[in-house]
Write a protein that binds this ligand. Sequence first.
Ligand code: ZN
Length: 389
Amino acid sequence: MSGSLLVDNIGELVTNGPGEDPLGIRRDAAVLVEDGRVAWVGAAAYAPAADRRIDAGGAAVLPGFVDSHAHLVFAGDRAAEFAARMAGQPYTGGGIRTTVGATRAATDDELRATVRRLRGEALRQGTTTMEIKSGYGLTVADEARSLRIAAETSTETTFLGAHVVPSEYADRPDDYVGLVCGPMLAAAAPYATWIDVFCERGAFDVDHARAILACGQAAGLGVRLHANQLGPGAGVQLGVELGAASVDHCTHLSDADVDALAGAHTTTVATLLPGAEFSTRSPYPDARRLLDAGVTVALATDCNPGSSYTSSMPFCVALAVREMRMTPAEAVWAATAGGARALRRDDIGVLTPGARADLVVLDAPSYLHLAYRPGVPLIRQVIRNGAPQ
Ligand SMILES: [Zn+2]
């Protein structure tokens, strides 16, 4: 969309830029958007003229949410598994294979429709950037088509062929790792930005994860990792060692894991996914321990049909505040700028001149309401790439 757009009369603007507070808040502000970018940020009284104007009516405006961890390419429904878990059965990750069967049997159009439905759902809840993983195909053809379909919707696509060892390889996991590193990676890489491994007991051990991630790096993909979700392990430290953009879950951490994430030269973000703990009725990660150690923390949904079937970043912010003792400011930063760091992006998650014009206008006077009013649809307007949605 051409022409300039002024978002005016903003009571509280979260910029995540420099300022006296961590969120770079400005009061009585305005934002000028040109060519899909933030062109100017300042006091509403000094706002320049523009071709079009949106009156925020004194409400809060913040950067669009950056959901850096989502599994949207799948078929089927696991509501019955959820109900069984709520009735007392433990979560083991084994249900992934149920979704693999349904995904392989689905048509491209069925998968595409699910991705679009969930992406639209997230957009209406303020998510302007969403990472999308493969990982429910687990054949060369099915992983490649999952990523091809994901790439229609997002540039942040992640090859997760190492999600779980599929049942046909159950007694020969080394052969499956060879498939992932060889023909599957070759078929997936043209559509992927990142590579990811589910490094967990019952999925892939640290030696397999190291081998797979090294192959992905050699193919030009950035590294991210599911680690330390269901129990302690070496995944987090492997991620830091490999320079992963993000290690995700971080629910069971040793002091050495926290030290590694807090290291002076560490650029690896700890991405916390409280929707998973909520939906599996599991203990939450210790966000305070990470934040107090100086670790960069992101929040994401982990949207997937098994362990966290939510696309709502506001819900995750509310969980982070209520259940993980993050302050509302820490949670909002983690859901915007933190997610951007987890994707190694500096053009999103902030509202400063030059950034992509991804803005959310709340139906509330302050970002605090995202945690204060859980479950309430507070997203009044989403502007993505400078275009009102
Ligand atoms: Zn995940």
